[in-house]
Design a binder for this molecule. Structure first.
Ligand code: GLN
Length: 455
């Protein structure tokens, strides 16, 4: 714990952490020591972690990287945070992210950008950018992120760490500050698939406080990582695994360096015994307009609670209730959050609901059906996570250009499927490239197993 706290302090310029608390961390580390002395040592006892500032925590402020929640203290821990604490982890602090997890570059944080440890002039990706930067720079061995449309996978890819977004419902959303409730999922980020398996095992499970958490048995994902496939050999641990490559993930929209690194890693999977098959996800392009209708719609509803009365920032001076709302929300929310609230309110409005929201919901179902058709031909789907490596900070100012970069992570999110990012080599400027693996529902074990064999 002391080692990692010192590293966090020495790398403040990365902007990965929003807060740390040495007193809290050392107290938790002592408690872990006591557990170990009593012979209660589980694999995570005493392991330092840090949480994306989307999770509420009783021991640290919880801001969602927004001015709206500056200084907010939750009276309780999010379920995922509590479960990791029960497993014995030591929390160093809270991690930077895009405001309310809205973004893919961490540039939307009200508390400054997070910097990519591989080149500090570049973005980390987002929204879990602080988590990716902290793990990549060795400030903490593992971290939590959240993924609504790619926010675990994309920053993991751009910072060369491993991250997994489980099946929707695998982890409780209780205490995760809500962005788009039908999409939000918790996910671990760490160096390896094996470490992610350790964390995910501790994080998952039904929670009566989240009606959308699934009553699915808690699996030991570390066992899945180590288990041998039927018919596999020592030289070919992935023998029999069919990896589907969607044509739409390997087209003209992907940078050549990314395609090259992804193809090279897929050749390694072949050496490990896997076979590559061509599949199609024909509505891949539509996932962008579909997501950017559904996610803002849900966000506009979720964020209505920040009204200056119950939570967060309240304007200093106002003449009546309406002006108090207006001023508090104008001052508290950043530009991207306001944009999403405007879009969401518009697509849900009486005159446009059928034209936008309802159409998007229908297409969402079709995107999920496309995956089921593809999974009749393969066990796992693979492709890039991000169409390019990490770009320069400030290099992508048009909001739509940022949205387009989410094209390969959105489909699995809309379908609720598990997806992960595995380091897959380097591209332009020596920047990391991630390989995305998407599995069928509840097949996180298969994804982690394949990633582990590759690593
Ligand atoms: N980049 C996507 C967005 O801006 C995804 C964010 C996320 O997964 N939280 O909404």
């Amino acid at each position: 714990t002391k080692h990692f706290l010192a590293r966090v302090a020495a790398h403040e310029q990365l902007g990965a952490f929003l807060c740390t608390d040495e007193t809290v961390a050392l107290r938790q580390a002592e408690a872990a020591d006591a557990r170990r002395a009593k012979g209660e040592a589980g694999p995570l006892v005493g392991v330092p972690v840090a949480h994306k500032d989307i999770y509420v925590t009783a021991d640290f402020p919880s801001t969602a990287a927004s001015k709206m929640l500056a200084g907010y203290r939750s009276p309780f821990d999010a379920t995922v945070v509590a479960k990791l604490a029960v497993a014995g982890t030591v929390t160093l602090g809270k991690l930077n992210c895009d405001e309310f997890a809205m973004g893919g570059s961490n540039e939307n944080s009200a508390y400054g950008v997070a910097r990519n440890p591989w080149d500090t002039r570049r973005i980390t990706g987002g929204s879990s950018g602080g988590s990716a930067a902290a793990v990549a720079a060795g400030l903490v061995p593992a971290a939590t992120g959240t993924d609504t449309g790619g926010s675990v996978r994309q920053p993991a890819s751009l910072c060369n760490v491993t991250g997994i977004k489980p099946t929707y419902g695998r982890c409780s959303r209780y205490g995760m500050i809500a962005f788009a409730s039908s999409l939000d999922q918790a996910g671990p980020m760490a160096r390896t698939a094996e470490d992610c398996a350790l964390l995910l095992t501790a994080m998952s499970g039904f929670d009566e406080r989240d009606a959308t958490s699934a009553d699915q048995p808690v699996e030991d994902f570390t066992a899945a990582v180590r288990a041998a496939r039927a018919g596999a050999t020592a030289a070919q641990p992935l023998k029999g695994l069919r990896i589907g490559l969607p044509t739409e993930f390997f087209g003209a929209g992907v940078a050549a360096d990314v395609t090259q690194a992804v193809r090279a890693s897929l050749a390694e999977f072949e050496k490990l015994g896997a076979t590559l098959v061509d599949v199609s996800l024909p509505r891949t392009e539509l996932s962008i307009p579909v997501y950017y209708i559904i996610a803002p719609a849900e966000a506009s509803s979720n964020l209505s609670r920040f009204d200056g009365v119950r939570y967060g920032h309240r304007a200093q001076a106002y003449k009546d209730l309406l002006e108090m709302y207006k001023k508090s929300r104008s001052e508290g929310f950043g530009p991207e959050v306001k944009r999403r609230i405007m879009i969401g309110t518009y697509v849900l409005s009486h005159g446009y609901y059928d034209a936008y929201y309802l159409q998007a919901q229908k297409l969402r179902r079709m995107i999920a059906d496309d995956f089921q058709a593809a999974f009749r031909q393969c066990d796992v789907i693979a492709g890039p996570v991000s169409p390019t490596v990490a770009w320069q900070i400030g290099g992508k100012t048009d909001p739509v250009a940022n949205y387009l970069a989410d094209i390969f992570t959105l489909p699995a999110s809309l379908a609720g499927l598990p997806g992960m990012s595995v380091p897959a080599g380097f591209g332009e400027g020596g920047m990391p490239v991630g390989l995305q693996l998407i599995g069928n529902y509840w097949k996180e074990g298969e994804l982690l197993h394949a990633a582990h064999a590759f690593q």
